[in-house]
Ligand binder design. Sequence first.
Ligand code: GLA
Length: 738
Amino acid sequence: MNIRGKLSVLLLVFIYHMPYIYGKTVHICTPSTSLVLEAKKGEELKYVYYGTRIGDTDIQGLGPAGSPYACAYAGYGKYPDEVTPLSVIHSDGNMTTRLVVRDVEVDNAGGSVLTRIKTSDDVYPFDVDVCYRTYEDSDVLETWTEITSREKGYVTLTRYDSACIPIHIGNVWVCHMSGGWANEARIVEEPLQPGVLTVRNKEGIRNSQTSRAEMMFSLDGKPQEENGATIGAALCYSGNYALDVDTYTGRYHYFRAGINPDNSSYRLDSGRRFVTPPVAMTFSMDGKGGVSRNFHRWGRNHVLCHGNSPRKVLLNSWEGVYFDINEPGIVSMMNDAASLGVELFVLDDGWFGGKYQRSDDTKALGDWVTDRHKLPNGLKALIDSAHASGIGFGLWIEPEMADISSELYEKHPDWIIKAPGRAIVPGRGGAQVVLDFSNPRVRDYAVGAVDRIIRENPGIEYIKWDSNSGIYMHGSQYLARDRQSHLYIDWHNGFREVLERVREKHPDIVMQACGGGGGRVNWGVLKYFDEFWTSDNTDALQRVYMQWGTSHFYPAIAMGAHISASPNHQTCRSMPIKYRADVAMSGRLGIELQPDKMTEEEYAVCRNAVKDYRDVREVIQFGDLYRLKSPYDRQGIASLMYVSPGKDEAVFFWYRTEVFAGQILPVVRMAGLEADGMYTVTELNRIDDTALPFEGKSYSGSFLMNNGLDIPYRHDVEASRKNELSSRVLHLKKIHAK
Ligand code: GLA
């Protein structure tokens, strides 16, 4: 194609994805979805349609077809019973706000389109921009608001959701995640009923352990994986949040998502801007699976740090040695890791401390100097040794925290969070306190500490950034008396600034977001991180459930999943090594045990798993996920698969989850393959003495998707190695016609 041809194709692509505004209609579109708003100057902004992509004729017919025509971002007061995302006390005490459209601006830059609908109060000098961002290669749109006051004095914001979406009442079901430490991301699915359903977090610092800031709405009844109109929404924010679905009267459920306003009223001075975090939203006719794949693609391409680079297989020291760190021990652990085929070693908690030694979790947090008693030759000796073994080196830090027994706290007792005039309430180990990131000096300290650790130890290529405490005894020693209720919000603005500054200095370093396990699983932080630690619970059977839940919004590339010891340290359950390896292989594979305590069989299976994973990791890390059989359906198995974007390869996982004698297990139909393609099946991570009946055979995609393969229930191994929990990993490779 000549240059003119290319230019016209580019122009067409550009026009196709531009929101078009004719008269008063704003059409915000992605390749397969449309959001239609009515933006008449001087009138309230109206939400008219969200669903599959529609054209001009249908848009013009939306009114007669019965569209919601609800206010898209309403201030409290006109009808006090209305569900509104914004509540403001104006500078003169007036509690009502009525926003009307002033203008619509569209900005197209670098593959994304930003539509900014400018609204203002019709009486007060108070402005709210309602913003939408779309990408030409993604069906996820992001929406947020920017609130500015021009009133004399200050206004007080008492509610400031990022978005409010009407969903027509019918047989609508919601899917969300709840849980707790070591039990993250348990799926909850329920029909929406009259009343208010709230999913929220108020921990202050991390926000995804007890529940998650994401919801899916299945508009056609009980959620299905590959069928049914489904909306997915994720609030991208690191702090306290509230998602609620309000069904009180009328035809609609109102879904609001935003920063949790509890104990967080915010005074906005004249000329200042308050930006709410984005809600990422998608719509799919392909059920929950379609929503998940849209989120995974958008996340890898537009949010996740280094979202398109393959992740290394690592070995983390935590469950292997905990705080028992010494140079010869770690050097030998790194050698063993290298011989297992691992590519990166991560030294977890316990390596630091000066005056106070980090021998348990009660001391030294904040004193980021190498403990010379444990590591007399410093980190340098370890990094050199890792490199000599041909692997990379990573390090655990917790820069947001201090212990009461630390030199940092002794020097700066005013840097920590606590209510002025009250005693400290410590967290982990009866010792941990949170640094006050609303204070710019504390932020400078944190950026400096991380930067120094990385610069003084050249060769560190990975950071595990942990956060093991919430806020206790709410209060800031820095914020003014009349701004104490800003703490939760200002802390997170400060946290974001710290991460931005660290990333500016160290754009290439790989960083894991950890929050005492899965406390930092949120798209709001993943812009700065390459991955997250899914849970402190490494029990493979429970991981099947937790990873299943997590996969609803997060891709495998970001999901740290490690093979650990048996019996498991959290559940005391004994698990076969193959099962442990097969479950970890469905995420970003790692190992978290002491290799020199492994049996010969464990060593051999692990080594093979690492090798097989390295061969197929691109399919798992960049492929499309299909959840085939849910462990929550209690049919004795769970199964999922990843299919490469070109449908050339797939990796299929099958796990037994409940075992009874005489049980008949369902045959799993595959998904996502090319119907006419022929795929050769090979078992990965094989332990059986005999090959599977279909090993090496080829089947059409349509056969695999309409019929599936009957997986043998048990492993063909000698009696002493037999175990109840069997599992399989199959590699499917398309045969290309010559
Ligand atoms: C948290 C993390 C663990 C480990 C410990 C270290 O609990 O989730 O993986 O790093 O801290 O103290």
